[in-house]
Design a protein. Structure first.
Length: 510
């Protein structure tokens, strides 16, 4: 996610982060043999805090614009006339009529893309190969890549060509998937990149840190990199003014050459890998203070979209490091108050291709929101996800974003407040009393709705199918938002009754 400066108090981070740009987002990828139904899953929390989000579908065209100029930084590139249909989750405000920061989506060929996971490159790497001010950036990346690719690997190749020729304005991690495979790509400097294929039977949880290690570029099925990368890194390592690390016996360790692994990473990045691996592979006992973690691991049990959602919702939940509890160590959690949306992009292999792409979308914080399963073969997205100008009107009851953001803001304000529930006589909080029961009930119904609509969809084709899928998305959006608006009213009433727990008072009434 984009880089921005934010006071530590707003994130609940250690004071050391107040003077530096904050890098945000957490990525989760799961290979098809590690999932419950053979799907590929790529997912990410988009963390920035100050923006509202939309959800759009851009229809296919054979006569599209052939030149793209970013309103964000002036990046300019040529485009093919023919573009596939694709979904995106852009910011709630346009720049001179252009939607920017598209972030995530699935195209008409069931190729998914999530961009980006902000990274940090070391000073030596950026001295060797400087970033390009008007190079490709997160703001424009999805819109100039996703409509024009037909496989995950092709996504890496198209983006890689642009980085090499026109440069990158940022250090980023980017994910691509199709029904067969997932590729994770890192842009480490102005013109260099590397990518690795995610093993089918494994997963990864990736923070804002370069994690691609030793490259085996002879294995083109599993590794890719920018042209002459090994030769360049070797030359930079021998340059007395640069002395770049990472060159190893004819190959490159990309993370060592371009990334960081310092005291900041020990607080801000590595603990998130620990937390995600704790949830998905609990049998592997590890310390939160390890200097490095294995990138790809096998999960103890097959992983569902719901399990990925649990990872992305975690704030070291259930541990002494929880930012909703004692918060020992002050480590940066996966789930933070600055989440603006969280997506899980699922390409299914057990249904017809026309309904294979599901964009699970949770607006605002996934810990206080709910993932809705949106079909991507549609003519339009639900109306509440297209409310114009909602950033200017956060009280707009029609906006899906502000409905779910309201929940996050109320819970965040009272996250350390414990009270006694008069119904049980036990200590509880707003999350466990109001949010989690709503999430459980709504998720159960949405899962049932998806199973039912899949059955009906298999009997339809063409325009009737897309119309039906569009209608089902709207119904699910209406249902979930309605439940959340009701829950928000209860949440606000309950929050006003909170007071410190005493032996003689019950501060919560059902």
């Amino acid at each position: 996610m984009r880089k921005f400066v934010l006071a530590a108090g707003a994130l609940g981070l250690a004071a050391a982060f107040t003077a530096a740009p904050v890098k945000a987002c957490t990525t989760v990828v799961v290979g098809k043999k590690a999932t419950t139904d053979g799907s590929t899953l790529i997912a990410r929390n988009e963390d920035v805090g100050a923006w509202s989000k939309h959800f759009y579908v851009h229809q296919a065209t054979s006569d599209g614009k052939t030149t793209y100029v970013s309103e964000d930084n002036g990046f300019k590139t040529s485009l093919p006339k023919t573009a596939l249909r694709y979904t995106s989750t852009p910011d709630g405000e346009q720049e001179n009529g252009q939607w920017i920061f598209g972030e995530s989506g699935i195209n008409g060929d069931n190729v998914a893309m999530s961009a980006t996971e902000s990274g940090t490159s070391n000073k030596k790497a950026l001295k060797a190969d400087k970033l390009v001010k008007n190079g490709i950036s997160e703001a424009s990346m999805l819109d100039v890549i996703l409509p024009y690719i037909h496989s995950a690997k092709e996504g890496v190749q198209r983006l890689g060509q642009i980085v090499e020729k026109q440069g990158s304005a940022e250090n980023n991690g980017v994910i691509f998937s199709d029904k067969n495979e997932i590729w994770y790509m890192e842009i480490g400097s102005g013109h260099t990149w590397a990518a690795v294929r995610v093993p089918d039977n494994k997963y990864a949880v990736i923070p804002n840190q370069m994690v691609i290690g030793k490259l085996n570029l002879k294995d083109s099925k599993n590794y890719m990199a920018s042209s002459n990368l090994v030769k360049k890194v070797k030359a930079w390592s021998q340059n007395k003014k640069i002395k770049l690390a990472g060159y190893e016996k004819g190959t490159v360790n990309y993370a060592k050459a371009f990334g960081t692994n310092d005291k900041t990473d020990a607080i801000y990045n590595r603990p998130r890998m620990w937390d995600g691996q704790r949830i998905l592979t609990p049998s592997k006992k590890q310390s939160i203070s390890k200097k490095s973690y294995t990138l790809f691991l096998k999960p103890d049990k097959k992983v569902s979209p719901a399990k990925v959602g649990q990872v992305l919702s975690s704030h070291f939940t259930g541990t002494k490091y929880s930012s909703y509890g004692k918060w020992k160590g002050g480590y940066r959690p996966i789930n933070v108050p600055t989440d603006v949306e969280s997506h899980i992009l699922q390409i299914r292999n057990n249904v017809p291709k026309e309904i294979a792409g599901i964009q699970w979308l949770a607006m605002a914080s996934p810990a206080t929101s709910v993932y809705l399963p949106f079909y991507t073969n549609v003519t339009d997205t639900p109306s509440q996800y297209r409310v114009d100008g909602d950033y200017q009107d956060p009280t707009n009851s029609k906006s899906a974003y502000w409905t779910y953001k309201t929940t996050a803001m109320v819970v965040e304000a009272y996250k350390h407040k414990k009270f006694i529930d008069s119904a049980t006589g036990k200590k509880t909080d707003l999350i466990y009393k109001d949010v989690n029961p709503a999430k459980k009930a709504v998720t159960k119904q949405l899962k049932a709705n998806l199973a039912q609509s899949d059955k009906v969809a298999k009997t339809l084709t063409g325009d009737k199918l897309t119309a039906y899928l569009t209608e089902q998305n709207q119904k699910n959006a209406d249902y979930a938002q309605g439940k959340w608006q009701t829950m928000n009213k209860s949440l606000i009433v309950h929050s006003n009754k909170l007071a410190p727990v005493t032996k003689s008072t019950l501060t919560f009434n059902k």
